[in-house]
Write a protein that binds this ligand. Structure first.
Ligand SMILES: NC(=O)c1ccc[n+]([C@@H]2O[C@H](COP(=O)([O-])OP(=O)(O)OC[C@H]3O[C@@H](n4cnc5c(N)ncnc54)[C@H](OP(=O)(O)O)[C@@H]3O)[C@@H](O)[C@H]2O)c1
Length: 220
């Protein structure tokens, strides 16, 4: 599959490597036409045959699935920049609407009755947006088995078939086993709001390589 990774940060690099090692062709996108640091990163990992770098619109050109993983503040402008290329495609949204107004206290720039994912969906009405992977750190996204098998990933999106395609991609290409389908994209409100708890858990856990599991009684 041709996968466009729109973002060059920890998430973009981790997902590019994860999808490339699973046999996909990957194009990483950023603002500039060239990015020596990303290209060196790809070379150092012997991924040059499977991964290339382009600017955002060129990276999305010809993709089958796009993954949006830029800083939350720029998610809508980057979504708009790739609008034509992702028409009728699935766009996986990994972004979080994080702000730190005083440098340490988390504030979500959108919450309660809306989410960044829904804003992205409204920006791209002809694209099927699926929210996932935003609830774990970039390493765990592509190495879920390091935590065993019984920890949770979520998918949410308004198109059921798109949720299934993304769920299968997580299972078959990244090694996830427990992927919970939360239904419509309004569930992204909960997935983004979870970042408040994620941040507290990160502080008490001492590092970011963790996830949560659901412990449930049998049906009453
Ligand atoms: N880091 C994690 O472990 C983690 C985990 C879960 C979710 N997330 C979410 O995933 C997203 C990516 O996180 P990240 O840590 O990988 O990287 P990041 O530092 O949040 O974002 C890097 C990307 O943002 C782009 N960017 C920065 N300023 C921009 C601007 N003015 N206009 C357009 N694009 C701009 C950069 O473009 P250039 O390539 O041109 O520099 C780069 O591609 C975020 O929304 C984050 O909340 C992160």
């Amino acid at each position: 599959m041709n996968i466009a990774i729109l973002g060059t940060g920890d998430v973009g690099r981790s997902l590019a490597e994860g999808f490339a090692r699973a046999g996909h062709r990957v194009t990483i996108g950023g603002r500039s036409a060239e990015n020596d640091e990303v290209e060196r990163h790809v070379r150092d990992r012997n991924l040059s045959d499977a991964v290339q770098y382009r600017d955002f619109p060129s990276a999305a050109e010809g993709c089958e699935i796009a993954v949006l993983c830029v800083a939350g503040a720029h998610a809508l402008s980057v979504a708009d920049a790739v609008r034509t290329a992702v028409r009728d495609k699935i766009l996986i949204d990994v972004t979080n609407p994080l702000e730190f107004p005083d440098g340490k206290t988390l504030r979500l720039s959108v919450a309660n009755d809306d989410s960044l994912s829904e804003q992205i969906q409204r920006t791209l009405p002809d694209t099927r947006v699926v929210k996932t992977l935003n609830t774990v750190n970039s390493h765990i996204m592509t190495h879920p088995r390091e935590l065993g098998e019984n920890h949770l990933m979520f998918v949410a999106g308004d198109d059921e078939e798109a949720r299934t395609v993304v769920r299968n991609l997580l299972v078959e290409s990244l090694g996830w086993s427990d992927v919970v389908d939360l239904g419509a994209l309004t569930a992204a409100r909960a997935m983004e709001s979870y970042l408040h708890l994620w941040l507290q858990l990160w502080r008490s856990n001492g590092h970011a390589r963790f996830n949560i599991a659901l412990v449930s009684a049998p049906p009453p």
